[in-house]
Design a protein around this ligand. Sequence first.
Ligand SMILES: N[C@@H](CCC(=O)N[C@@H](CS)C(=O)NCC(=O)O)C(=O)O
Length: 226
Amino acid sequence: MRILYHQWLSPFCRKIRLILAEKDLAFELKEERVWDRRSDFLAMNPACQVPVLVDDEAPNETAVLADSTVIAEYLEEVYPQRLLIMGSPVERAEIRRLSAWFDGKFDEEVTRNLVGEKLMKRLLGLGGPSSEAIRAGLSNIHYHLDYIGYLCERRTWLGGDHLSLADLAAAAHLSCIDYIGNVPWDEHGDAKEWYARVKSRPSFRPLLADRMAGSAPPAHYADLDF
Ligand SMILES: N[C@@H](CCC(=O)N[C@@H](CS)C(=O)NCC(=O)O)C(=O)O
């Protein structure tokens, strides 16, 4: 059985969960308390970060993979039955650009300032949240939701005509921020309409059922008609 070592509110882990589900690949989730720095986990990923995927159903050998971009590319190559990076080289480059946008720029400007400050810092023993960082995250998210709206006015999905890795990367980040109630959906109708479409996919259902001990999501988190 494939095993995904993860953290519940890690956007990178959520992206891999979505990819595996879209490709209809069975897997088991194992929560990894990265802050414990388990030696067996460090042996799999010396960076001591989740996600790590152990794929013992790979064609020739068991694969131990770290870093969500690397894992996404691997899954795309080994399990091409439902492509998430599709089209011409230029179209594939655009999907990769947007995935990198959300996993890099969005993560730095929004996710880390909100989920990182409010939850991950405490778990990693890095002290309390910085109100300045939270203010920055709450302000920055508007620009990114506007950008999603801009893309959706021109395309069916973020990366083009089809649901792609770009949508899954973006939705993985937003789902974590939505869990802590910090996405101003009502001020961004186009982005909200796009998220409702991603959210209603069967691959998204397990994410909507996630509940972290000691921190419940707002009522609209799992509501498809939010
Ligand atoms: N570039 C990595 C980033 C992964 C990452 O930042 N994981 C976080 C959780 S969201 C983590 O494991 N942090 C623990 C640490 O850095 O010590 C990826 O795409 O997989």
